[in-house]
Design a protein around this ligand. Structure first.
Ligand SMILES: [Zn+2]
Length: 271
């Protein structure tokens, strides 16, 4: 097997601080490049950015991995990340066994050397770099998760009750000032209020017709219950938005009929 690129990664774990260094070598151009990076930010960033752009930033936003060396042509990476997403989304804790299985199915080549100074990984593709970083984190008691709201990767220390949400700001419109977990609570509260308002409206609207009222309110509540189940399990941006859009549509009828009522009352007064 021949490789055009070679990446040597060195990872060190000192007093809870993980640091990384990457050395790249391009066989064709004989170009070499070395830089420092933070393995945790790299994993955090890979789902937040497109890989062809400046993905691997250090905390101070300096490009850490050079993409000029052909790394961006490695499309396998996307499939690899999708597989990882699927494992986590199926409510499983990502384990080193999962990773090893993926390594086999993706035919990743990595040489690993461990000495007193740290871990040395020799990789030949970006997918294997990501594999090595993830493997290292899992082995060192970190947990790799996907935020249930914004769906980006986040890393925490492994514990019994791991957080479901990351600490990023929510991308949900009008809730951008809140972190994902807080935003989800607030959005759910807001949806609950909207639902209540519409239920009250339907209840009053069909006051004279008991059966129709039962049906209209019941149908609406059933739909809300389905949406609620969905956003309880998966409070993603798109699921919350789906429920919000559904409520807004119902609310439009309510507002419309309110306006019509006002109009007809006005005309009655005129008479
Ligand atoms: Zn998040």
């Amino acid at each position: 097997m021949e490789f055009d690129y070679e990446y040597t990664i060195f990872i060190k774990n000192n007093d809870d601080e993980i640091t990384g260094q990457i050395h790249e070598f391009n066989e064709e151009t004989l170009k070499e490049n070395s830089s420092d990076f933070n393995p945790i930010s790299v994993i955090n960033e890979i789902t937040a950015n497109k890989i062809d752009e400046d993905v691997f930033t250090k905390q101070d936003n300096i490009k850490a991995f050079g993409f000029d060396l052909g790394i961006k042509y490695d499309k396998t990476f996307y499939y690899f990340i999708d597989e990882i997403r699927n494992i986590i989304k199926n409510n499983k804790k990502l384990s080193t066994t999962h990773l090893r299985n993926l390594k086999n199915s993706f035919n990743l080549y990595i040489d690993i050397n461990i000495n007193d100074e740290g871990y040395y990984y020799t990789c030949y593709s970006i997918t294997s770099i990501i594999y090595a970083l993830m493997y290292y984190l899992l082995e060192n008691n970190y947990r790799i998760d996907i935020c249930r709201h914004c769906e980006l990767f986040f890393i925490t220390k492994s514990r019994i009750n791991p957080p479901k949400f990351c600490n990023r700001k929510s991308p949900y419109v009008n809730y951008e000032n809140f972190t994902c977990g807080v935003a989800v609570d607030k959005i759910r509260d807001n949806l609950r209020w909207k639902r209540k308002g519409i239920e009250n409206y339907l209840y009053n609207k069909y006051q004279g017709d008991y059966e129709k009222r039962l049906k209209k309110v019941g149908d609406f509540s059933d739909k809300c219950t389905d949406y609620n189940k969905l956003i309880r399990k998966e409070p993603t941006i798109s699921n919350l938005k789906k429920y919000d859009d559904f409520l807004d549509k119902q609310d439009k009828y309510r507002k419309l009929s309110k306006a019509l009522n006002r109009k007809s009352q006005k005309s009655k007064l005129k008479k």
